[in-house]
Design a protein around this ligand. Sequence first.
Ligand code: UD1
Ligand code: CA
Length: 458
Amino acid sequence: MKDKPLHLVVLAAGEGKRMNSGLPKVLQPLAGKPMLAHLLEAALALDPERVHVVIGHGADQVSAMLEALGDDRISTVLQLERLGTGHAVQQAMGDISASARVIVLPGDMPLVRSETLAAFARSPSALAVLSFRAPDPRGYGRILRDDQGRVVGIREQRDASEAEARITEVNSGVLAADADRLAEWLGRVDNDNAQGEYYLTDCIALAAADGAVVDAMCCGDPEETQGANNMRQLAELEDALQRRRRNALMDAGVRMPDPASVQIRARVTAGRDVVVESGAILEGEVRLGDGVVVSAGCVLRDSQLAAGTRLEPYCVLEGAETTGACTIGPFARLRPGTVLAAGVRIGNFVETKNAVFGEGAKANHLAYAGDARIGPRANLGAGTITCNYDGANKHRTTIGADAFIGSNSALVAPVTIGDRATVGAGSVISREAPPDALTVARARTRTVAGWERPVKKV
Ligand code: UD1
Ligand code: CA
């Protein structure tokens, strides 16, 4: 059996009416990623030869998502009419060699662990199902066993007798079988039931009647087999997934005083003594070095913070990186291409994009640095703006080491501020400010002595 090529069939043709959404059910997001993508991640860990995804409702959208995953083991099969799970699997059987082992997976079971699937895949039975204990079994197919405990069939909710309805061991929807035999059983399934559908689950009784070995492996963690039919259930899955991810981070030593408020939609790596405070949201790929503090309300996407970096509350980072310990925020926005060296200080209401700050450089309040290189220890005063965009093109600003830019200066790019240059407050700088000099570009202060204020006419 070990040598059999493994083919997976993923059922994803359903609409999910009760979601009340324009998005096909399997594309509903969980932790920022479609449900189906979560399932496929676990499924691909089985190292299958092919994954056949049965699509129907919203086929174009589902195909586009699968295409974006860029895994050439994944292909799609169109099920034109939704005639039941048995009919859906049959659509894929034409592309599967008779000598293969087949595992069928529901597309809306995103929390199943790859370890669980791997253990299930090792079942040597001609036919196996993954079952679980449901305290409330309503809606699920019940596992029927004979008096010796052998699995003899699955009864769908709507076809169940009162006694059968009391059975709490139920079908997760995951099934494994040898391809040749499965094709033969599927060929014999009819639609003579309460829903008028071709049930995949009818194969169990056919197999048992043939004397084949049928096995039900009970999944210990019922969370893994949960699906979502509506937005409430989707939120429950999200909750379970978030808890799982937060626990993994806490187990690795991350301190979260208020874990329930933290959302992890990212692959996160964290060093020692990292703190993640209330309401933080992590997305994409996030790396946090030793001792990093992510304060309340921070949103980080695809960012990397070196050891000792401290984010004060309510910072938004995307595609940003610190290469040494920095202090950022509160209320800072770091956009893609921001790279901050050790000792950089970014204060409140500062926006950066495509900006590289040298060691110890500062922008403490109300500034914008775009397409800029800021030298070590340079200081951008409050209200300093790089005017990097002329309405058509972007231009660069280069600021030298130890430069001091007075408050409310506009640096009209392309422009260079030399090392140790000083720019007077309120300047509009549109050509080079040379090193070691003061450059001022503003009207002089003038005093009119004896100036008389106008008085109101009567
Ligand atoms: C199915 C099982 C039931 C099990 C339950 C677990 C059958 C007959 N019943 O019931 O034993 O306890 O899952 O959730 O298999 N689909 C298609 N094409 C179709 C019909 C369904 O692709 O023609 C897809 C759906 O999109 C869904 C999956 O198959 O992803 C399961 O179908 P669904 O209608 O939800 O089956 P259940 O009634 O939940
Ligand atoms: Ca279902």
